[in-house]
Design a protein around this ligand. Structure first.
Ligand code: F6R
Length: 579
C-alpha cells in the first residue's frame, strides 16, 4: 500500500526516484509525485493523479536537477484521488517535504492542534499533518531532533521519508513502524524504499530497518536510531536478485512472465532450507496457520497435509485469528506471507506472543522474518504483478517439501511446463467466458484450495464475480445460481475425488452450465463443453500444481480480453500494509 523511495548521492536524484517509482507502482497506483532539492536549494515538487509512466513524463520528473529527493506512488486511504492528496506533502513554508506510507491514527487530533497554531493544510490526507508537525517542532530544535520528536508523536503505521530545503547537509530523515522501509547502501549514494527491487539498479546491499527505527541518510552513509533515540546497528544483507528478474523480459505483463517463470522457480523453491522448520513441526502439538488471500489458500493446503499425518492443524484468515483462536505456549504458529509485510499477518503473529513461530515468505529482510523463530524462504525472485502466481506455486512447493521426498517432487518443473503448453487453448476458452457475469469453480479434497485460488485470481483481475466450492456444497445452496451458460470450472483429476465430483459436474450440466474441466478422465471430458488435458500418468499428489497453471492463465487471458491491466487491478495493491 503506497510505495516510497528516497535518494541522496552524487547522481541525478530525479532519475533514481523515477526508476524506483516504476518498480514500486504495483504497491499503489492512483497518483504519484516527486520532490527534489534543485541545485539552487529550492524544493521542486511535481505530482498528480495517474500512473507513474503518464504522470512522470507529462510533468517531466527527470528534468529536475539535484542530488537528493524523494518520491511516492499512492494507494488512497485518507482523502480522494486528486492532485492535492498526492504525495509528497509540504509544510506551510514549502521547506519541509515528505512521503508517507501507512495510516496516522491520531492525525485528526494533531491536525486540530496544528490548525489552532495557524497551520494551513492543502490536502485531506493524514500524511500532510506530519510535515506540519515537523515544521512546528523544528521551530525550537535542530532538524534531527525535530524529526525524532515528530515520529514520537505519531500513532499508527508509517514508513516516512522527509527532507528539508534548509538542511545544508542534504540528508533524508526516515522512519518506519508497521510499514516496510529498507535502506539501500550504494557507493557514494544512499537510497531507501518500500522494497528491494526499487533499488536494485543502484545497489545489492540492503539494510532492513526494524520496527520503530529512524535513520538519517546522506550521500556517504547512514545512521540508524532505535525508537528510544539511541544509535543502533542493523544487519546488512546482500541479495542476488538482478534487475532482469524484476523486468517484464519481453512479456506484455509481469503476470504472464511470472506464470511462465514458475517452471524455473519451482526448483529454486524446492531447494529452500526447510530443516529447522521441520524440527519445530515435529516438536509441536497444535499448529495454527495464519495467512491472507492467496497465501491463505496455500495455508489450507498445509493444514490438509498436516491433518493427513494425524496432526491437529488449522488454517486461519490472519485478520480473524485474534477473534477466534486461543493459542497457548505449546502452539506452533506458521505465518505464510509472500511479501512478509501484510499487516493482518503481522498483527496475528504479535497476538500469538509466546508461541514458537515459523514464517514462510519470499522477501528477505521483511518484517515477518524478524517476528519468527525460523524462516523458510520461497526463493521465487521478485513478484511484481499484483496477483500472486509464482509465489503461490512456490508456497505449495516448500509446503510439499515438508511431507514428500525430493524424488517424488522432481517432475514438478516438467509438469508445470506441460500445463503452460495449453496457453493457446486457454486463450480460446477465455474468449468464450470473457462476456459472462458469474463463474463457479468446483473441486474436492486437496484440489479445493486450488479452486479457491483459481476463483480469487479470476475475480480480482477480470472483475467477473466468481465463487469456489467443494463440489459437495453445490446442492446446499449454490445450485440455484447455476443457469444456462454459466461457466462452471471443474478441477477433475483422476484421483479419489473423481467419482463424486463427476456427479457434481452432471448436476451443473443438467442445469445448462457451460462446463470447463481440467482433467485426465474420459468420462469427464464427455460431460464437458471444453477440457484442458492433464498429462497422462501424473502422480496424484502433484495434481494441485498442474491444476493451478491453467486457472492462472484463464484469469490472465480473460482479464486482457476485458481490457483490464492484470498487473494492476483496480483498488488493489501488492503489499497490504494496512489492517
Ligand atoms: C491475490 C493476492 C493477495 C495476497 C494477500 C496476502 O492475488 O496476491 O490475496 O495473497 O494480500 O499477501 P502476502 O502473501 O504478501 O501476505
Amino acid at each position: 500500500m503506497c510505495g516510497i523511495i528516497g535518494y541522496a548521492g552524487s547522481g541525478r536524484a530525479s532519475q533514481a526516484i523515477t526508476d524506483g517509482l516504476k518498480r514500486l507502482e504495483y504497491r499503489g497506483y492512483d497518483s504519484v509525485g516527486i520532490a527534489v532539492l534543485s541545485p539552487k536549494s529550492k524544493l521542486e515538487v511535481r505530482k498528480d493523479k495517474g500512473m507513474v509512466e503518464e504522470v512522470s513524463s507529462a510533468l517531466r520528473f527527470t528534468s529536475i536537477g539535484g542530488n537528493i529527493g524523494l518520491g511516492h506512488t499512492r494507494w488512497a486511504t485518507h482523502g480522494t484521488v486528486c492532485r492535492a492528496n498526492a504525495h509528497p506533502h509540504a509544510d506551510c513554508t514549502g521547506s519541509i517535504v515528505l512521503a508517507h506510507n501507512g495510516v496516522i491514527e491520531n492525525y485528526a487530533k494533531l491536525r486540530d492542534s496544528l490548525a489552532a497554531k495557524g497551520h494551513k493544510f492543502a490536502s485531506d490526507t493524514d500524511s500532510e499533518v506530519v510535515a506540519h508537525l515537523m515544521e512546528e517542532n523544528a521551530k525550537t530544535q535542530p532538524l534531527i531532533r525535530a524529526f525524532m520528536r515528530t515520529i514520537g508523536q505519531l500513532e499508527g503505521s508509517y514508513a516516512i521519508v522527509a527532507m528539508s530545503a534548509a538542511d545544508k547537509e542534504e540528508r533524508l530523515f526516515i522512519a518506519r513502524r508497521n510499514s516496510p522501509l529498507i535502506i539501500g547502501a550504494g557507493k557514494g549514494e544512499m537510497l531507501c524504499a518500500s522494497d528491494i527491487p526499487a533499488m536494485l539498479k543502484y545497489t545489492r546491499t540492503f539494510v532492513p530497518l526494524q520496527e520503530g527505527d529512524m535513520a538519517i541518510l546522506a550521500r556517504n552513509g547512514y545512521k540508524i536510531y532505535s525508537a528510544d533515540g539511541a544509535e543502533a546497528e542493523r544487519k546488512q544483507i546482500t541479495v542476488d536478485w538482478d534487475m532482469e528478474m524484476a523486468k517484464k523480459g519481453g512479456y506484455p505483463h509481469f503476470m504472464q512472465k511470472e506464470i511462465s517463470d514458475q517452471k524455473h522457480f519451482i526448483n529454486e523453491s524446492l531447494s529452500s532450507d526447510t530443516a529447522d522448520a521441520m524440527k519445530l513441526i515435529c516438536a509441536s502439538g497444535r499448529i495454527d496457520i495464519i495467512a491472507a488471500g492467496t497465501s491463505y489458500h496455500a495455508g489450507i493446503m498445509l493444514s490438509y497435509l498436516l491433518q493427513s499425518t494425524g496432526r491437529v492443524a488449522q488454517a486461519y484468515i490472519a485478520s480473524d485469528y485474534p477473534y477466534i483462536a486461543k493459542p497457548d505456549k505449546k502452539t506452533l504458529v506458521i505465518a505464510i506471507s509472500q511479501s512478509g509485510e501484510t499487516a493482518d499477518v503481522l498483527q496475528a503473529l504479535r497476538f500469538a506472543e509466546g508461541c514458537r513461530k515459523i514464517a514462510i515468505t519470499n522477501v528477505v529482510g521483511s518484517t515477518v522474518t524478524a517476528l519468527a523463530d525460523c524462516v523458510v524462504f520461497l526463493n521465487a525472485g521478485p513478484e511484481v504483478g499484483v496477483a500472486a502466481t509464482k509465489t503461490f506455486t512456490s508456497q505449495l512447493a516448500v509446503i510439499y517439501k515438508l511431507f514428500y521426498d525430493k524424488e517424488r517432487l522432481k517432475p514438478l518443473s516438467g509438469l508445470i511446463g506441460a500445463m503452460l503448453e495449453h496457453d493457446n487453448e486457454i486463450k480460446a476458452v477465455a474468449q468464450k467466458i470473457a462476456g459472462k457475469e458469474n463463474a463457479f469453480f468446483i473441486a474436492r479434497g486437496r484440489n479445493v484450495p486450488i479452486a479457491y485460488e483459481g476463483s480469487l485470481k479470476f475475480k480480482e483481475i477480470t472483475y467477473i464475480h466468481s465463487e469456489a466450492y467443494p463440489g459437495g456444497e453445490l446442492k446446499h445452496g449454490t445450485l440455484s445460481l447455476i443457469t444456462p451458460g454459466v461457466p462452471v470450472i471443474a478441477l477433475a483429476p483422476k484421483d479419489e475425488t473423481l467419482p463424486k465430483l463427476l456427479g457434481n459436474i452432471r448436476e451443473a450440466k443438467a442445469r445448462g452450465a457451460f462446463i470447463l474441466s481440467i482433467t485426465d478422465d474420459d468420462e469427464v471430458k464427455k460431460e464437458s463443453d471444453i477440457s484442458i488435458a492433464l498429462p497422462p500418468g501424473t502422480d496424484p499428489i502433484l495434481y494441485p500444481f498442474a491444476l493451478i497453471v491453467p486457472l492462472q492463465l484463464l484469469a490472465y487471458h480473460t482479464s486482457v480480453l476485458r481490457g483490464v491491466n492484470p498487473d494492476r487491478p483496480r483498488n488493489l495493491a501488492k503489499s497490504v500494509t494496512v489492517e
